[in-house]
Design a protein around this ligand. Sequence first.
Ligand SMILES: CC(C)(COP(=O)(O)OP(=O)(O)OC[C@H]1O[C@@H](n2cnc3c(N)ncnc32)[C@H](O)[C@@H]1OP(=O)(O)O)[C@@H](O)C(=O)NCCC(=O)NCCS
Length: 161
Amino acid sequence: MMGVQPFIAIAPEGYLCSRILDLEKLVEIVELERAAFANPWSQVSLSTEIINPLNLTSVIRSKSTPEILGYSLIRIIPPEAELLRIAVKPYAQGVGVGAMLLGESLKKLLDFQLNQVFLEVSEKNSLAIALYKKAGFSVENRRPSYYDNGTTGAIIMVLDV
Ligand SMILES: CC(C)(COP(=O)(O)OP(=O)(O)OC[C@H]1O[C@@H](n2cnc3c(N)ncnc32)[C@H](O)[C@@H]1OP(=O)(O)O)[C@@H](O)C(=O)NCCC(=O)NCCS
């Protein structure tokens, strides 16, 4: 695996995607989690994941404002990586921010010797499933009774890289 490196990419339409390596943006990411998820990760969990050297944390913002609109968290253990989390602020959803963020985060994985990126998603999360399919992921497996006290299944999706 290559050493930890920051990256910055200009995504289409005036968005900026960058890697974060420290806890400078932690408060904003905690707020984003709370806004985007019914079951947000705690500040402690997020801080642990962000500084974990195995993880690639990316944020996206509009070039005209410093506010973070979305973030993604990917664990890299060659030859595999796992998309642990991706979220966009509710008011910024549905206009392509998530797709750009995912695309830029996946591009960064080309720096590593990987065969596959996988993820787990609730079968009820149709927006996320559509986003992943658009990025090239396909359904690999299903785990019944996985989330919500066994009432919701999980879908495992895989992207060959
Ligand atoms: C899943 C999520 C990250 C998508 O981000 P987004 O910025 O809204 O997604 P985009 O606008 O880039 O859309 C990407 C694709 O997702 C689908 N999609 C997104 N919003 C949609 C909507 N309102 N209606 C239908 N399809 C939609 C479409 O396939 C879209 O591609 P298209 O525009 O070419 O049709 C966002 O909805 C979110 O943060 N959800 C809450 C957190 C979450 O569930 N994360 C995933 C599990 S970790």
